[in-house]
Design a protein around this ligand. Structure first.
Ligand code: ADP
Ligand code: MG
Length: 309
């Protein structure tokens, strides 16, 4: 048999690479495991989304990728940088120039008493750029998010969607290669949310900035290259949209379960419940697929001991 050449995405090192990543929050009485062995790869220039129930660890992951929080164990690299072992000084540099961040709360992204263009200029001036340079770039960035007309307005004089588009311009002020957004449309209606996603998509295509966005938006799969679902601190499923030409141009949406390095995969809860699968399942290789069945139960009494039915 001919050796199969690896898929293109596997030949180049991923831009973001998380492997067996753990984050444990310790408080006085208890430990919360927010990330438990998370695996994730993101290619340079990709625009991808992370979805998942509240508490599944999405913000924890984004804060680690932003250099705002440190992981407890495992591996996380962005570009050449190892975020687990990097120094505090280097992390400051990383946060300033390598990554832009957009928060859900519009108020957290912008300085209220500055205009849109002044807000965009601030990060550049802090980096030592001349006022003239900063002004020119702020004007160009605000144009690219469709806010040339609103550039002299303060946040309180703009809609929620306009504030978030300004926040995207602020996040990209120093031209970082990575843009992270934690539920940037969480406080917006669906039409306005669409405009924000369209701006992110356009910037991603035009500048090649890698975009990772956490969202609850159900339409997100139409807007990004790939959606990764998180459950209980791990990535559990992946939805990929691709164009197929076999039967005329069209789009196919494929959903996959994530299989980690140890061969573990999460069976969606609905499937477990539909088949009444308890703590053990039977696996059988059947030609080109694997069959997963509930453990055979001798009688209904056995179910009772599992606390089911
Ligand atoms: P999501 O963004 O998916 O809603 P989070 O990453 O915010 O989830 O939280 C994941 C888990 O970690 C939750 O159980 C949450 O309560 C816990 N957690 C998050 N931040 C902290 C913190 N600073 N201290 C203690 N527990 C935290
Ligand atoms: Mg969150």
């Amino acid at each position: 048999m001919q050796p199969r050449s690896p898929a293109p995405s596997q030949t180049t090192a991923p831009y973001i690479h998380c492997e067996d990543l753990f984050k444990i929050y310790k408080t006085d009485e208890l430990e919360v495991v927010a990330l438990r062995g998370l695996d994730l790869r993101v290619a340079r220039g990709e625009m991808m989304a992370i979805v998942g129930a509240s508490g599944s660890g999405k913000s924890t992951l984004l804060n680690i990728l932003a250099g705002l929080d440190t992981p407890s164990a495992g591996r996380v690299t962005v570009g050449e940088r190892d975020l687990l072992t990097t120094t505090e000084d280097d992390l400051v540099r990383y946060r300033r120039t390598e990554v832009g961040f957009v928060w859900q709360q519009t108020g957290r992204n912008l300085i209220p008493y500055l205009t849109a263009e002044q807000n965009v200029e601030v990060p550049m001036i802090l980096e030592g750029r001349s006022r003239q340079d900063a002004q020119a770039r702020a004007a160009a960035l605000l144009a690219s998010v469709g806010l040339s007309e609103q550039r002299r307005r303060k946040p309180s004089e703009m809609s929620g969607g306009e504030q978030q588009r300004t926040a995207i311009a602020v996040a990209l002020a120093n031209d970082p290669p990575l843009l992270l957004a934690d539920e940037p449309t969480g406080e917006l209606d669906s039409v306005t949310a669409d405009e924000v996603f369209a701006v992110l998509r356009a910037l991603n295509r035009e500048t090649g900035v890698t975009v990772v966005v956490v969202t609850h938006d159900r339409q997100i799969v139409q807007r990004v290259d790939r959606v990764v679902a998180m459950r209980d601190g791990r990535t559990s499923a992946e939805i990929v949209r691709h164009v197929q030409f076999a039967r005329g141009p069209g789009e196919v949406i494929d959903e996959f379960a994530v299989v980690d390095r140890s061969g573990r995969l999460q069976i969606p809860r609905e499937m477990l419940e539909a088949l009444d699968i308890g703590p053990r399942a039977r696996l059988e290789l059947s030609g080109d697929h694997v069959e997963v069945r509930p453990e055979a139960k001798p009688d209904d009494a056995a179910r009772d001991t599992w606390g089911r039915r």
